[in-house]
Design a protein around this ligand. Structure first.
Ligand code: PEP
Ligand code: MG
Length: 843
């Protein structure tokens, strides 16, 4: 029985203390293994962070699992990807089942060797049974000394489980769980499951629909055909089976944050049409855009007949050598690419290490095949298996395998595909691979058409990220098209025009030039004020988080700062900013915006925004907890500090103070009274304007009361959407539905504007909706008079304003209030743009 419910976790090495999110490995950083932190060590000995027992030392001695006396179970993992060192450079100083005291040496390692041979020395320290314990940091990131207290670990259970300290014999543990990864166990989740299982000594298998697969094999796991919400059984065998099971259940039931496989679908609905229109082929939109260019067909590598006369040992060596080189190549892409790209290539790396694939290839060599044919045959067999599964997402992942086939074959054949691709070409391919796409992008292609593929494929994700127009699923007829023929790829509308005449080609050129020139023109007109056609001034201000942002906003023509999010001014520090530091930060933003007004919002911490120097208690539902102005009430000294600094900026007349997350008038009155007190203390006669954010439905509903006491109202459509629609603003799966153009929000905005108007107060919008040109007319029609947008959008929104007439906008707004969905509102706004606005604005 563990009666010690709270314990202190001390630094197991000296070194730089990092947050979990800073670990350079998504499996740890995203918390799939559990919560915790990391240290970039300076010493070569890992010490026990608490008293307890060694559950097990990894076979490769690069990690230990410990159980503390309060029952919390921990993985201390030296470096990243150090399992690959196979124990080289590591010495275990304890054994499985051994009792340990805090500070006792556990592992010794060769710091230089491990640093040179592994991806990183940063060592994750992860709580594995986090559902039973809460972690409270004792201090923020920075240099830590071995033995220094880092965390307080508190048991959440009334009665902690009776866990035997000596329970380290080999045992079997089983559990069932629903898979939460969108699209099921496709490549990335499968690779993550494999990586999780590799942290333990236990053998792990997944059972589904009467079939089982070892977690060692990514393709084996994908081959189970597990879809999202399918229930699988996890079976772990070994002396650490219990904690392995817990980690696996968590990995399977925690969707990864970067699972982008479905999200883009919501943003860009795929459309497929039969190829009926003369001279036009249709496809599913993977990435929008409009371009003309010569068509260029790209073929995949075909092998000649295998002569069959090979020495297996020699072919083994040839294949192994090629695999090592390709792995090194892919690892470089993982390290150097941006986030999405890295995730894709990390999956390729896991596939390349798949024992099922390697066994099949080496078996084929043993049967007399050449390395090239053996590799090709092994990969294609796995592709066939994936394509047979009734899961389009998994079938698409066969393309990743084909990419690996190609890469390894190129290495084996020693022949980089030497093709002359004309610049601006529209590439036609059966199905491109991610590395093909990166290679093609370097050649300066204009767009892509694929016979196969889907809008969720990795290539589609990459094409969107790079702004390359791309259509997929166009069918085999695509290959009947002649090479080098001038075509038009209208990926905005899912069309490939095969025989554009000269007039059409000229039109495309004109449209593209117009788009470019329109942007240039808007930029030239960015600085003068924006007046509607009936001469109503609409302020187009900017949202900023720093002085640099403010300078950029000034260059872009912003009429002022509509929102300075002060919480972001001090994110990179471990101590609270002094009053002087705050004053200098605020003053610098005012100075960057000569003559213009600057709205400074008091600190909006809590919810999804956290500061290192201000650790907040863990909350069950932080978005509904202590955030915004509520924190100012709970910690009045913080708010006082900020208000004192704000009252010192000059000229005070240009500084407006904005309060976040206001729900009722008493919160505003309390701050106004406090500002009066602080101003009197310093003999100040002037008062800055004081406004409130309308970002909680109650504030919109009580806007008449708030308008009575506030100088202005600023609508935060991001939070207002979240709280009105009851949809987390950061929820990837709901991203397409958290739409601030929902009629429910429009009604709250209308209510706010008319309440403010009755009290002669002005209303601005500083949420992301203000930057959406489709929403400009609606917002003006509802009565909004200031739009605070991201700096690069200033010119476009000003141009939009200048083409509007407020009476027409009001008629539009009245109509929108009667609609039933955000989709219907967007459609009506589009119709308004095409029917009412001059062409130049909307083309
Ligand atoms: C909002 O909620 O719309 C807003 C502007 O505030 P933030 O995005 O900082 O929460
Ligand atoms: Mg907000």
């Amino acid at each position: 029985m563990h009666n010690n419910k709270q314990m202190t976790f001390s630094a197991p090495f000296s070194g730089a203390l990092l947050k979990r999110a800073q670990i350079p490995d998504p499996v740890f950083a995203e918390g799939a293994m559990g919560d915790g932190l990391a240290i970039d060590p300076l010493d070569d000995v890992l010490h026990a962070p608490f008293a307890g027992v060694v559950i097990n030392v990894a076979r490769t001695r690069h990690a230990v699992n410990l159980r503390a006396d309060n029952g919390s179970e921990w993985l201390l993992h030296v470096g990243i990807d150090t399992v690959g060192l196979n124990g080289d450079g590591f010495e275990a100083l304890v054994t499985d089942g051994q009792r340990i005291e805090q500070g006792q040496p556990l592992l010794r390692f060769d710091l230089d060797k491990v640093a040179c041979k592994s991806r990183s020395l940063i060592s994750p320290l992860i709580l594995l049974n986090g559902d039973q314990f809460a972690l409270s940091p004792v201090r923020g990131p920075g240099a830590a000394n071995v033995g220094e207290p880092l965390l307080v670990v508190t048991s959440l259970a009334q009665n902690t489980q009776n866990t035997s300290d000596s329970g380290v014999q080999a045992s079997q543990a089983r559990g069932r769980i629903r898979v939460a990864h969108s699209g099921g166990l496709h490549a990335r989740p499968a690779a993550m499951v494999r990586q999780t299982a590799r942290q333990f000594a236990s053998q792990v298998e997944l059972h589904f629909a009467g079939v089982s697969a070892s977690t060692d094999s990514v393709t084996g796991l994908m081959g189970l055909g597990v879809a999202e919400q399918d229930e699988v059984e996890v079976v772990c065998l070994g002396h650490d089976s219990d904690i392995a099971l817990q980690a696996l259940l968590k990995a399977l039931s925690t969707p990864s944050a970067d699972d982008t496989s479905h999200a883009p679908l919501a943003a860009i609905p795929p459309r497929a049409h039969p190829n009926t229109e003369q001279g036009v082929m249709h496809g599913v939109i993977a990435s929008p855009g409009l371009i003309s260019g010569p068509l260029f067909r790209l073929d995949t590598i075909e092998l000649d007949e295998d002569t069959g006369d090979h020495r297996p040992e020699e072919q083994h060596q040839i294949l192994s050598h090629a695999l090592v080189e390709v792995r090194a190549d892919i690892s470089a892409s993982v390290d150097s690419g941006h986030h999405e790209q890295s995730a894709i290539f990390a999956t390729h790396l896991a596939m390349l290490e798949d024992p099922a694939l390697l066994d099949a290839a080496y078996d084929a060599i043993d049967q007399g095949r050449s390395a090239t044919h053996a590799w090709s045959q092994a990969v294609l067999a796995q592709c066939t298996m994936l394509e047979k599964l009734d899961n389009p997402l998994l079938a698409e992942r066969a393309n990743d395998l084909r990419d690996l086939r190609q890469r390894v074959l190129l290495n084996l054949l020693g022949d980089a595909r030497d093709v002359e691709i004309p610049p601006g070409a529209i590439i036609v391919a059966h199905e491109l691979t991610p590395s093909d796409l990166l290679m093609l992008e370097r050649c300066g292609i204009g767009g892509i058409c694929m016979a196969n593929g889907g809008a969720t494929s990795h290539v589609a994700i990459l094409a969107r990220g790079k702004g390359l127009p791309c259509l997929v699923a166009m069918g085999p007829e695509l290959f009947n098209v002649a090479q080098n023929h001038e075509t038009v790829l209208d990926a905005d509308n899912g069309r490939l025009e095969l025989k554009p005449d000269d007039a059409r080609l000229r039109e495309i050129q004109t449209l593209r030039t117009q788009r470019f020139e329109r942007r240039q023109l808007q930029q030239q007109q960015a600085h003068p004020p924006a007046l509607t056609r009936d001469s109503v001034v609409i302020d187009v201000a900017a949202n900023v988080v720093s002085r640099a942002d403010a300078e950029n906003a000034q260059l872009n023509g912003a009429d002022g700062v509509g929102l300075l999010r002060t919480e972001f001014l001090f994110v990179d520090r471990s101590t609270a900013p002094t009053e002087e530091e705050q004053l200098s930060a605020y003053q610098s933003v005012l100075d960057a915006m000569p003559e213009k007004s600057v709205i400074i919002r008091t600190i909006d911490i809590g919810g999804d925004k956290q500061l290192d120097y201000l650790p907040l208690p863990a909350e069950a539902n932080p978005v509904l907890g202590l955030r915004g102005i509520r924190l100012g009430q709970a910690r009045p000294e913080l708010l006082d500090h900020q208000l004192r600094a704000l009252l010192r900026v000059r000229p005070l007349a240009r500084c407006r103070i904005l309060l976040p997350m206001i729900t009722e008038v008493s919160e505003l009155l309390a701050v106004r009274a406090r500002i009066d007190e602080l101003a009197q203390e310093t003999g100040l006669t002037e008062r800055p304007e004081l406004g409130v954010m309308i970002e909680v439905p109650s504030a919109a509903l009580l806007a008449d009361q708030l308008a009575e006491h506030a100088d202005f109202l600023s609508i935060g459509t991001n939070d207002l959407s979240q709280y009105t629609l009851a949809m987390d603003r950061d929820h990837a799966g709901l991203a397409a539905r958290v739409d601030a153009l929902h009629p429910a929000l429009l009604r709250l905005i209308a209510m706010t504007c008319s309440a403010a108007d009755a009290k002669s107060r002005w209303v601005g919008v500083c949420g992301a909706l203000a930057s959406d040109p489709l929403a400009t007319a609606a917002l003006i029609g509802l009565g909004v008079r200031e739009l605070s947008v991201s700096p690069p959008h200033v010119a476009e929104i000003k141009a939009q304003v200048r083409d509007l007439d407020t009476r027409q906008c009001q008629a539009l707004a009245q109509h929108l209030l009667t609609l039933t969905s955000a989709q219907a509102v967007r459609e009506a706004c589009r119709t308004f743009q095409t029917q009412v606005l001059p062409r130049a604005v909307i083309a």
